[in-house]
Design a protein around this ligand. Sequence first.
Ligand code: GAR
Length: 201
Amino acid sequence: RKRVAVLISGTGSNMEALIKETSSSSVAQIVLVISDKAKAGGLNIAKNYNIQTQIVEKRSNETREMHEERIHSLLIAAGIDIVCLAGYMRILTEFLVNNWRGKLLNIHPSLLPSFPGVRSQKQALEKGVKFSGCTVHFVEVEVDAGAIIEQGIVSIKADDQEEDLIERIKSVEHQIYPKALKLVASEKVKLDLQTGKLIYI
Ligand code: GAR
């Protein structure tokens, strides 16, 4: 089984979905949760599942690379094979991306390449699109731009508020993220490091 770390900053509902859906998986197990926020709600959820947690807040006197080096050291020490970003609200530098390229996944709450960046659900409502969704992709240095592993669709209703769409998309996120992780962990899907595209085995 591939050893998986999940990086969070907040609630951790995707992290919980990954923990639950891999608990009986033969290909992946969540063994470490790292948060860059000491108050992230997801830390308590992880502890309830008896999963090791670490808080790695960015110190004001360190660069983003130095902060990532501390995270990287923990990942190496724990023998991690795959890293899942799940509501980790920091843009990674080349340091972490290059060290983990092809083994680093992210979930984003829109149908990429539409609505990258922050508050994607609000962006979708403002554009007036009738469908949105979520995307699991490999992480590249360019934000929200790596090869797409899985996507899920939700309908947008005329009276939807941002919160409604956030919740409706999240319920689909919880389905596609475990599915994408299992595809990568089982090596049915790989990132071609040369072309940046997916290879199906
Ligand atoms: C999720 O909707 C995820 O797609 C989004 O943050 C939320 C985290 O929720 N990620 C991003 O916006 C990344 N740019 P969770 O903590 O309950 O999993």
